[in-house]
Design a protein around this ligand. Structure first.
Ligand code: SF4
Length: 335
């Protein structure tokens, strides 16, 4: 289901813009954060008549299968869609939520469990928003990052529709919506045109175009230089720094050549580099470098003028890599 279809049903039942805004706010933010109105006096009768059915359909978009709390304060949620497919969301410390945008993913990053099975289906924009609705029933959420299963650029219309709703009726500050992508020309064209402009995270992972193509085999062929140029342009237009994501893989992208490449590409940019030591997965042959090595690299980059943060991926102790809970539930994972 898409948000446009919900709007259409509301309008056909006589909703004026004020009713539509109120009902979408009630859905996305919940009754506690929405000003109470008496439906009898506020909503036209045909609208009141269709509401129970519509609300039931929205409530059924996602069902919580299991929740896995972690020592770092995050909580991984395994969610079932109406057709039985499963996705993951992660409640992050400090009122954040990481949402999925697809079931599976076509990019096929070699270090990612989700990428192994390819794309299964797109999520509708309502299924993306429903992850926030369900998360808010568990705790407060004021930031949404599109970094879960899937490549948002491959489901661009639905993701942008969800972003528009979250940044208006959903009550999330635009800077606290983070669109995360491997980089796609369509993203750089569409994002600046939106009424709600999210912050942007670009998955870089290597400054060497050939190695990056090996690691992200079906990402659009933009060179690291092109990516950074487009990112810088968006950062200057929006006045939000770009977040460059770098999954640190031992012996692959943690050496001297990449270090110098990062300094060359990112020094002086309006950007933050997030170094994220890889969360090793039994079924895949990649390892994480030691924390000391990662910390030394972050410090050295900082000294050379690249604003760098060393980050843990959330929920390390509970199958923390993207797609692992789903893989385990679906029997895709060995061990
Ligand atoms: Fe897709 Fe992200 Fe996994 Fe790459 S890391 S395969 S883009 S879900």
């Amino acid at each position: 289901m898409h948000i446009a279809q919900i709007r259409e049903r509301l309008r056909q039942a006589g909703a004026a813009p004020v009713h539509e805004r109120h009902l979408l706010q009630l859905w996305a933010q919940g009754p506690a954060r929405t000003r109470q109105r008496d439906p009898e006096n506020f909503l036209p009768r045909p609208l009141r008549e269709i509401l129970p059915q519509l609300q039931a359909e929205l409530a059924e978009l996602l069902t919580l299968r299991s929740a896995h709390g972690s020592e770092d304060g995050s909580e991984r949620l395994l969610l079932a869609l109406r057709d039985g497919q499963m996705i993951e969301s992660v409640l992050l410390p400090r009122e954040g939520l990481c949402v999925s945008t697809q079931v599976g993913c076509a990019v096929g990053c070699v270090f990612c469990m989700t990428g192994r099975g390819g794309l299964i289906r797109q999520l509708g924009s309502a299924e993306i928003v429903a992850q926030l609705v369900l998360a808010r029933q568990r705790r407060s959420v004021n930031k949404v990052v599109f970094m879960g299963m899937g490549e948002p650029a491959h489901n661009l219309d639905a993701v942008l529709e969800a972003i528009e709703l979250l940044g208006s009726s959903g009550g999330i500050n635009h800077k606290k919506l983070v669109f995360s992508t491997v980089g796609d020309p369509r993203v750089f064209e569409r994002l600046p045109q939106g009424r709600v402009k999210p912050a942007l995270a670009l998955s870089l992972h290597s400054t060497d175009a050939a190695l990056r193509a090996q690691l992200l085999p079906r990402a659009p062929r933009m060179t690291p230089e092109e990516l950074v140029a487009c990112g810088e342009d968006y950062a200057q237009r929006t006045a939000y720094p770009i977040q460059y994501q770098w999954t640190l893989l031992e012996g692959i992208n943690d050496g001297e050549a990449e270090f110098e490449g990062l300094v060359r590409l990112l020094k002086g940019r309006y950007a933050v580099l997030n170094l994220i030591p890889y969360n090793a997965i039994d079924a895949l042959p990649y390892q994480r470098p030691s924390w000391e090595r990662a910390r030394a690299m972050a410090r050295a980059l900082h000294e050379r003028g690249v604003l760098t943060k060393l980050r843990q991926s959330a929920g390390q102790d509970v199958d923390g890599g993207c797609g692992q809970l789903r893989a385990r539930a679906a029997g895709l994972k060995k061990g």
